[in-house]
Structures are given as structure tokens and as C-alpha cells.
Design a binder for this molecule. Structure first.
Ligand SMILES: NC(=O)c1ccc[n+]([C@@H]2O[C@H](COP(=O)([O-])OP(=O)(O)OC[C@H]3O[C@@H](n4cnc5c(N)ncnc54)[C@H](OP(=O)(O)O)[C@@H]3O)[C@@H](O)[C@H]2O)c1
Length: 280
């Protein structure tokens, strides 16, 4: 399947983001180059990494080896929790470009708000400088609850382009998605498969069987039809391919509603109000 079949969404500054990407959280650093190369061969053109994943270097090596033009792929990275201080954020960003072997990233995010640390407004000042320098085509946040977003927008200038938060059938996160939408912020749904746990759900299994698709394809298609950006992670080549084949079928309104109704507020990760870990 070619890249042209992956839809893009416009960010609030006009930059286009491919709605489907490839996530590399928990991909071991020594495996990252090969896994990302597999994803690029299959057709993925959007990679989601982070300083805390410790695998930016492997992402950069795969991109360099791919021979792709820089304009033909989209790369996101995220600020390490340890570096919310202004100068630390700038220095960490320099290292991200070095590891990725790039002159710019497409998107750079504050990874977690860390409310007890209370320096995300300061960190955003650094991201605004990076954005103005052209070394990030867009900047955004991750794991921001509505009250974090409102404070950021009250106290700073650039409205985040995205908010990357946990979303899957067991956690609709509708309040956050609604506030994002109200402010023209694109929601990115992390752990779109609930780390694989939602795939056992009988409702999803039934819909998958009826459509002749896999549970993962049904869940990922649900996200696409809701309009969120996703980047499922897998180190398994067959699954990397399976997760890419989402654009030759549709879910009925009834299927969409049945999956949305599975929301039970169940997280696979931390709640942003409680996550204050700055360990590296
Ligand atoms: N901003 C944040 O705080 C944050 C937090 C978490 C994640 N993320 C981002 O979101 C991305 C995705 O989230 P995630 O990695 O937590 O979880 P996920 O994509 O929801 O699920 C990944 C798990 O599902 C399995 N899997 C993948 N495709 C499958 C398929 N077709 N059939 C069956 N099992 C399948 C994978 O196994 P194998 O790998 O063994 O195949 C892995 O165990 C991350 O890689 C990262 O980029 C961001």
C-alpha cells in the first residue's frame, strides 16, 4: 500500500500530519533501527518517539538508511520529564536533533505536565523558542488535562498543535477530546490498542469476525473514524503490516457506537494529575 492512501490532518498552523503513524515506546534501542525500517518499508511515514524511550538514535538511523526525502516523513519527539527547566529543555532538544540526525523535527511535545514540579509553562517557553527557530515545524503537549491546557493557553502565546493522551475503547477520554476540539488542538490517541488488552473484548471480536478483519484493525479503524491521530506500536512484522491496512473498509454507525460504549474509564498508563516522575 502506498503512502498516498494514508489521510493527513491539518494542524492549527497548516502543517499536515499523517493520521496513522508508528509508535516506538518500549522498542528496545538495539532493535529500533530494524523495526522502524520494517515500518518504513511497509509504508508508514510518521514515527512517534521520545527522549525517554532512549531509541531516537535507532529511529534516525532507519530514516537515514531509508533514502526517503525529508519532506516525505513526519517525526515527533518529546521532552524528557527531567528537563522542564528552560535551558535544560533547549539543551535536550539539541540532543534530540543530533540523535535523529535531523535539522528539524515535525512535532515536539512536552511529554507530561508533572503538576507537582509545576514548570510546564517554563518548558513551553523553550518549545516556543524552538518553534520560532524553525527546528520544530509544530509544538504540542502530551497528557495535558483540560486544566493544564487552559493554564498554558492563559499564560503563553502559541496554542499547542496537538495533545497526545491515552485513548482506546476502554478509555474514551471524551472530556479531553472535547476541550482539544474546542481549541483546534488535534488529539493523538496513545496506546490505541490499550497495549493489546482491548483486543480480547467480545464486542470487538464479534465486529471483527463479522467484517473479516482482525480485532486490532477494528479498534484502529474506530480511532481513525473518530478523527484522532494514532501510532500503534509493534515489534512483530506481520502486526506492523496488519495495523497499516485500515483504509479499505469502514465501520457501520452501529459498530462505532458499540465500541464507543465500551468506555469504562480504565487506563493502561498513569493519570496525568498523579504522574510526577522525573526519573530518567
Ligand atoms: N505520550 C505518552 O505518554 C505515551 C504513552 C504511551 C504510548 N505512547 C505512544 O503511543 C504508542 C502506542 O502505544 P503503546 O505502545 O503503549 O501501546 P499499543 O500500540 O496500544 O499496543 C502495543 C501492544 O500491542 C501489541 N500489538 C500491536 N499490534 C497488534 C496486533 N495487530 N495484534 C495483536 N497485538 C498487537 C504489541 O505487541 P508486539 O510489539 O509484541 O507485537 C504491544 O504489546 C507508543 O509506542 C508511543 O509512541 C505515548
Amino acid at each position: 500500500m502506498s503512502n498516498e492512501s494514508i489521510p493527513s490532518l491539518p494542524l492549527n498552523n497548516g502543517v499536515q500530519i499523517p493520521q496513522l503513524g508508528f509508535g516506538v515506546f518500549q522498542v528496545p534501542p538495539e532493535q529500533t533501527r530494524d523495526v522502524v525500517s520494517t515500518a518504513l518499508d511497509i509504508g508508514y511515514r510518521h514515527i512517534d518517539t521520545a527522549q525517554m524511550y532512549r531509541n531516537e538514535r535507532g529511529v534516525g538511523e532507519a530514516l537515514a538508511a531509508s533514502g526517503l526525502d525529508r519532506a516525505d516523513y513526519f517525526v515527533t519527539s518529546k521532552l524528557n520529564n527531567a528537563f522542564h527547566a528552560h535551558d535544560d529543555a533547549l539543551a535536550a532538544f539539541d540532543l534530540t536533533l543530533e540523535e535523529l540526525q535531523l535539522e528539524h523535527v515535525d512535532l515536539f511535545l512536552i511529554h507530561w505536565p508533572l503538576p507537582a514540579v509545576d514548570r510546564y509553562v517554563e518548558a513551553w517557553g523553550a518549545l516556543e523558542e524552538i518553534y520560532r527557530s524553525g527546528r520544530a515545524r509544530a509544538i504540542g503537549v502530551s497528557n495535558f488535562e483540560p486544566h493544564h491546557l487552559r493554564r498554558l493557553m492563559d499564560e503563553t502565546t502559541v496554542v499547542p498543535a496537538v495533545n497526545q493522551v491515552e485513548v482506546h475503547p476502554w478509555l474514551g477520554n471524551e472530556d479531553v477530546r472535547a476541550v482539544d476540539a474546542e481549541h483546534g488542538i488535534v488529539t493523538e490517541a496513545w496506546s490505541p490498542l490499550g497495549r493489546g488488552r482491548v483486543l480480547e473484548d467480545p464486542t470487538i471480536a464479534r465486529i471483527a469476525e463479522n467484517l473479516g478483519r482482525t480485532p486490532a484493525q477494528v479498534v484502529l479503524r474506530w480511532h481513525i473514524e473518530r478523527g484522532d491521530v494514532i501510532f500503534p506500536k509493534s515489534v512483530t512484522p506481520a502486526r506492523i503490516g496488519e495495523n497499516f491496512r485500515l483504509f479499505d473498509f469502514e465501520l457501520s454507525q452501529a459498530d462505532m457506537a458499540d465500541i464507543t460504549a465500551l468506555d469504562r474509564g480504565e487506563r493502561v498508563g498513569s493519570h496525568p494529575d498523579e504522574m510526577n516522575n522525573t526519573g530518567r
